[in-house]
Design a protein. Structure first.
Length: 288
C-alpha cells in the first residue's frame, strides 16, 4: 500500500523558513496508532492526514498529529493544508473548509497574479476562552527563567496553551524549555505548550512556543497558540477589533510571520483569524 504525501513550509515566503508540514493524502483507512507512527517518522511539529476530500464542496476531513499526540486543532497545519489542497484540487473559489475534532475551520485563499494559491487565512474553530491563571514561578521554571513580569494565563481558541509575557527580546532569547518543570507545573493534559511573547512595536510581537510534553521542544510557528494570544490581547484591550503581526522561529533560524485579527461581537464572543504564506517543498509516497 502506498499513500501520497506533500510537504510545505508555512508562514513564510522562503523555502526552508517558517514551519514545515507534512500532508498525507487518502488516509481514511489508517487507524490512530498508525497515524501517530507516521507522524513520528516525519518528525515534524505536525503532520496532517486527509481522510476525505471533495472538490465540489471545497471541503475535507482531516486529523492532525504531533510526534507525541493528536491535536483537535492547530494553526499551521490548517493554513498549509488549505493551500496545498486547493492547488492539488485546482479549486476555483476562494474558500475551503477543513473539518476536524475541534470543529470546522474555514480558510480564505489568496492567489498571486497568475491565479496560483500562495497563502491562506483561517478562522479558529472556537471563540477565545480564558481558562484561568497560572502560578508565575512554575511557568517561569518551565521556560528556564528566574521570573516573569506578570501573571501567566491558560487560554484557548480550540487548543489550550499557557501564555506569558516577558520583558524584552533578550529575555525571550534566553528562554529554554525544561521538561521536568513542565511535568510538574504544566502537564500535557492541561495545555499543549507554553507561548512566551514580547512587544517589538505597536502592532508587532515576537514569540516562542515550547511543548516538550507534546513532542515539540520548540515550534517555529504556532497558529493555534497565537490565535489564543490575539484573543487574550483583544480581551484585555476591549474594543471591537485588533490586528497584529507576530514573528516566531527567529531563534531557531526558521523565521516565520503570522498575520492575526480578532473581532469581538456580543453574540459570537472574540473570534480570531490567522494567516500567512505557504511554500511547497517536496512530494512523494509512503510505503505501508
Amino acid at each position: 500500500m502506498k499513500l501520497a504525501f506533500e510537504t510545505c513550509d508555512v508562514f513564510t515566503t522562503t523555502r526552508h523558513g517558517g514551519n514545515p508540514l507534512a500532508v498525507v493524502q487518502g488516509a481514511a483507512a489508517l487507524d490512530a496508532a498508525l497515524m501517530q507512527a507516521i507522524a513520528r517518522e516525519f518528525n515534524l511539529s505536525e503532520t496532517v492526514f486527509i481522510l476525505a476530500e471533495d472538490a465540489a464542496t471545497a471541503s475535507a476531513r482531516v486529523r492532525i498529529f504531533t510526534t507525541a499526540r493528536e491535536l483537535p486543532f492547530a494553526g499551521h497545519p490548517n493554513v498549509g493544508t488549505a493551500v496545498m489542497l486547493a492547488r492539488r484540487l485546482e479549486l476555483a473559489g476562494d474558500r475551503l473548509v477543513l473539518h476536524q475534532p475541534a470543529g470546522p475551520v474555514e480558510a480564505r485563499l489568496t492567489r498571486d497574479a497568475g491565479g496560483l494559491v500562495t497563502a491562506a487565512e483561517i478562522t479558529a474553530p472556537q471563540p477565545f476562552t480564558l481558562l484561568g491563571t497560572l502560578p508565575a514561578a512554575g511557568i517561569a521554571a518551565c521556560a528556564g527563567l528566574s521570573a516573569l513580569p506578570g501573571e501567566p494565563v491558560l487560554a484557548s481558541c480550540g487548543t489550550p496553551f499557557a501564555i506569558a509575557e516577558v520583558g524584552d527580546a533578550a529575555t525571550l532569547a534566553e528562554a529554554a524549555p525544561d521538561a521536568a518543570a513542565f511535568r510538574r507545573h504544566l502537564p500535557a493534559e492541561q495545555a499543549v505548550g507554553l507561548l512566551l511573547y514580547t512587544r517589538m512595536g505597536p502592532d508587532l510581537l515576537r514569540v516562542r512556543m515550547f511543548a516538550p510534553l507534546s513532542g515539540v521542544p520548540e515550534d517555529p510557528a504556532t497558529g493555534s497558540a497565537n490565535v489564543a494570544l490575539a484573543g487574550l490581547l483583544a480581551h484585555r484591550l476591549g474594543g471591537e477589533s485588533l490586528t497584529l503581526r507576530v514573528e516566531q522561529g527567529i531563534e531557531m533560524g526558521r523565521p516565520s510571520l503570522l498575520e492575526l485579527a480578532a473581532e469581538a461581537t456580543p453574540d459570537l464572543g472574540i473570534r480570531v483569524r490567522v494567516g500567512g504564506a505557504v511554500v511547497p517543498v517536496s512530494q512523494g509516497h509512503l510505503t505501508l
